[in-house]
Design a binder for this molecule. Structure first.
Ligand code: ADP
Length: 220
């Protein structure tokens, strides 16, 4: 197989999540086969997606007719109808689609999808809720968890970092975090270096273990 990252993708379920996903993939040049059981939604998106069909994804013959078994990657973006989500995912496993992504609406739902063979589970509402909690309660301008205990945080420099070259601040040994990049007002982000001197008004991105970046952001 050539460039797996750009292989065609089947997107099943065109609610808000599935539609945004399918349109973004298509926009980025990935071939998408989009499937939904509601003719109305298929019709409304037909001008924007080249390959879009009305079909019931819980029907294995319908999936076979669409050639879904030939795909390496599929996303099950059905959320609220648990039965349809679980059945569709199990049929994709039966059709031996290798790389199955599935959206879950709860941790129990996620566990079931994982057990039946989905390789990646996405919990969009849960993850977004967690992320927004960081933004609402703290001084963070943005927050992305890149692993279960590691995050990237966009924030402002605390007083102690202003006016001193980053190399002299002993940031990593004292706080366990590192400054990845810096943006001065009206400029683009640039990589942070040991001789970078932060100013008030700058925006920085820091990386580190979650507890440490949280504590660090409290100092700003
Ligand atoms: P969101 O919260 O992202 O809007 P929903 O769960 O509300 O997600 O939407 C899921 C989509 O999946 C709907 O457009 C629905 O018509 C579609 N869908 C549900 N069951 C099936 C099925 N068996 N086959 C194909 N599409 C389905």
């Amino acid at each position: 197989m050539g460039d797996i990252g750009n292989d065609p993708v089947v997107v099943i379920g065109l609610g808000r999540f599935g539609t945004a996903l399918a349109l973004e993939l298509a926009e980025r040049g990935t071939e998408v086969l989009a499937v939904d059981s509601r003719p109305k939604i298929v019709q409304s998106l037909s001008g924007k997606l080249t390959h879009i069909v009305t079909a019931d994804a819980t029907d294995i013959d319908a999936l076979r007719d669409l050639g879904v078994a030939e795909f390496y990657r599929a996303v099950v973006a059905i959320g609220s109808d648990l039965e349809a989500s679980i059945l569709t995912t199990s049929l994709l496993v039966e059709l031996e689609v290798d790389d199955i992504w599935a959206k879950a609406v709860s941790h129990q739902h996620a566990r079931i999808l994982e057990r039946i063979g989905a390789r990646h589970i996405v919990l969009p509402e849960h993850d977004m809720g967690e992320r927004v909690a960081h933004l609402v309660s703290g001084r963070m301008l943005d927050y992305v968890e890149v692993d279960s205990n590691f995050a990237l945080v966009k924030t402002r420099p605390p007083k102690e970092l202003v006016g001193v070259p980053l190399g002299e601040t002993k940031l990593r040994s004292r706080h366990g975090v590192t400054v990845v990049c810096v943006k001065s007002p009206g400029e683009e982000f640039t990589y942070a270096a040991t001789d970078t001197v932060l100013q008030y008004g700058d925006v920085i991105v820091i990386a580190g273990p979650i507890g440490k970046v949280e504590r660090f952001a409290e100092r700003t």
